[in-house]
Ligand binder design. Structure first.
Ligand SMILES: [Zn+2]
Length: 133
């Protein structure tokens, strides 16, 4: 019942805990596909505009990974800046403190071209052979 265990860590962590669990699900699927039992590290891309707090995700991860193939794996979070499309300036990197607006002219850029992702980028597998040593 790792879901309950994670959720029991407090309301503030629940969001990141559920995200950690879904990442672990995705990673576990990759492990299965490669016939690997465990991973030693994983890299996750988190958009600056997703609602995920990287620190909270990193904090929630170890407890959520306990008992899975990701137990003890090192989690690295890569932050992806937001990119919007200004009618005047084209693709612009957004400033989170200013909202969905072009940092040059302030025009609204309601569409995020990047920066709201949350995805598994890399997974370092532990070779089954090495495990028995
Ligand atoms: Zn602009």
């Amino acid at each position: 019942m790792r879901a309950l265990y994670c959720a029991g860590r407090g309301a503030a962590d629940m969001h990141e805990a559920s995200i950690a669990l879904s990442l672990i699900d995705v990673a576990s699927e990759v492990l299965r596909e490669h016939g690997a039992a465990r991973a030693s590290a994983l890299t996750v891309r988190v958009g600056q505009w997703s609602s995920v707090v990287p620190e909270a995700l990193t904090a929630a991860f170890p407890a959520c990974a306990a008992g899975t193939g990701l137990e003890g794996a090192r989690l690295s979070v890569v932050t992806v800046p937001g990119v919007g499309e200004c009618p005047v300036h084209g693709r612009v990197t957004l400033d989170v403190t200013r909202g969905l607006r072009c940092p040059e002219c302030g025009a609204p850029t309601p569409t995020l071209l990047a920066g709201d992702e949350l995805e598994l980028d890399e997974l370092e597998l532990v070779e089954p052979d090495l495990e028995d040593v």
